[in-house]
Ligand binder design. Structure first.
Ligand code: KE4
Length: 430
């Protein structure tokens, strides 16, 4: 007989962990209520401490693209662990992982493994600054590149969820070099570049944004940024922590047909283990220590368990490119099903989707940037979240997050999700 459930675990967790969670977005603070404590997961399903089963649309915020506890990944980790969990020395597997990534992407001559998306983006920015000798950079409002100081200015994800516009502890010295403008506003970018001519080291972007819901670049936006970076000697950084190996084997670079100078990876690349990476053209990457003087390091970078997990998953994705087609088809099916039920409910909404990233916004205008995402009826989203949760569907607990489909989802799961949405809207709208 279990002596605990999510409520008792949350009470206990808060005695020892800030807010009871090790990452703020998990705390259900915007949607309200008690976060559910997960015990295990398999395929498309999560099982919580209360014995409930959920269809999962978070996929650990992206990594679980083929579903939870994917057998080849689990077996590879188990076998690798027999040979120790870390050496702090170079290994063949790290070479094989780097070569596999290079074979799946473009513009990556050299790649450095780290342990999180934050580390990847933080290191890429430092490298761009070291390479150009410039200090400032441009990020977009609502984009999230991890929690390194320079990025916590008008960021997305948990900061948008909790409406944290300025973060205590980020000094003016740091934030003064962070320039921001609205996503999809190319004129604002041009104005910033003209105002700070010769001072901007990098433009960093989520080429398809996932931290204010899923938001697509307007036609020509990323292409125009590429032209500006080329003309001004600015390093163009694609933060593909979410989109890398998710939208396609070649990520957003492949899907959008735009070349980045540096690319950041995370999530899928580790198959749920702590992995991030940043890579790019040799001309830039050769400035990273020990080749160059831009110092970057990590005790567990290239960790054997993390590498074998990511390598096993990426290898399967490379060998079966039809998986992306299958996933996109499932996401389109879900989109069409949700579209029908929300239309029938009369509630204003818009759905953004690309590949296996999708988000529903209860908005009567297109959601193309942070301002339009924030202007949606997100209080209603919070109610919708709980109505879906009660019906066994686990959506991201914030309107400022993309949903992620995994290929273990069946069409029956999708139909159940659509039915749950129909019932939820009927319950909420009467
Ligand atoms: P991590 O340091 O959390 O591994 O990666 C940071 C990061 C960088 N870039 C993008 C585009 C990201 O989406 C992320 C992390 N994403 C969030 C979800 N929106 C992680 C979830 C969390 O913060 O717990």
């Amino acid at each position: 007989m279990k002596t605990y459930n999510s409520n008792t675990l949350f009470d206990r967790a808060q005695l020892s962990i800030p807010g009871g969670v090790n990452s703020p977005v998990r705390a259900f603070k915007s949607v309200g209520g008690t976060p559910i404590f997960i015990e295990r997961a398999k395929g498309a399903y999560l099982y919580d401490a209360d014995g409930n089963k959920y269809i999962d649309y978070i996929a650990s915020w992206g990594p679980m693209i083929l579903g939870h506890a994917h057998d080849p990944v689990v077996k590879a980790i188990q076998a690798k662990a027999e040979g120790s969990t870390s050496f702090g020395a170079p290994t063949l597997l790290e070479i094989e992982m780097a070569e596999l990534i290079k074979s799946m992407t473009k513009n990556v001559d050299l790649i450095r493994m780290v342990s999180s998306g934050t580390e990847a983006c933080m290191s890429a920015l430092r490298l761009a600054r070291g390479y150009t000798g410039r200090n400032k950079f441009i990020k977009f409002e609502g984009c999230y590149h991890g929690h390194a100081d320079a990025f916590l200015v008008k960021a997305g994800s948990g900061l948008a969820t909790f409406d944290i516009q300025t973060v205590p502890g980020i000094t003016a010295g740091v934030s003064n070099d962070t320039l921001t403008c609205a996503y999809n506003d190319i004129e604002a970018v041009k104005a910033l570049v003209a105002q700070h001519k010769g001072e901007i080291a990098a433009i960093i972007i989520e080429p398809v944004a996932g931290n204010m819901g899923c938001i697509l670049p307007l036609p020509g936006f990323v292409e125009s940024l590429r032209e500006i970076c080329t003309a001004e000697g600015i390093v163009f950084i694609f933060d593909e922590v979410m989109t890398g190996f998710r939208l396609a084997a070649g990520g957003a670079q492949e899907v959008l047909g735009v070349d980045a100078d540096l690319v950041c990876y995370g999530k899928v690349i580790g198959a749920g283990m702590p992995v991030g990476a940043f890579g790019g053209k040799k001309e830039i990457m050769s400035h990273i220590a020990p080749l160059g003087n831009v110092y970057q390091a990590g005790t567990l970078s290239g960790n054997p368990l993390a590498m074998i997990a990511g390598y096993t998953l990426l290898h399967e994705l490379k060998a079966n490119p039809n998986l992306y087609t299958e996933l996109a088809a499932k996401t389109e099916y879900l989109h069409k099903g949700l579209q029908a039920v929300v239309e029938a409910s009369g509630k204003a909404f818009t759905i953004n989707r690309l590949g296996s990233m999708i988000s529903v916004h209860f908005s009567n205008t297109p959601v193309i940037d942070f301002a339009t995402a924030a202007a949606a009826d997100n209080a209603f989203f919070n109610q919708f979240f709980h109505a879906m949760l009660r019906r066994g569907v686990y959506l991201p607990p914030s309107a400022f997050e993309s949903w992620f489909l995994n290929n273990a989802l069946s069409y029956e799961d999708l139909d159940a999700t659509i039915a749950a949405a129909k019932e939820s809207l009927e319950e909420l709208l009467g």
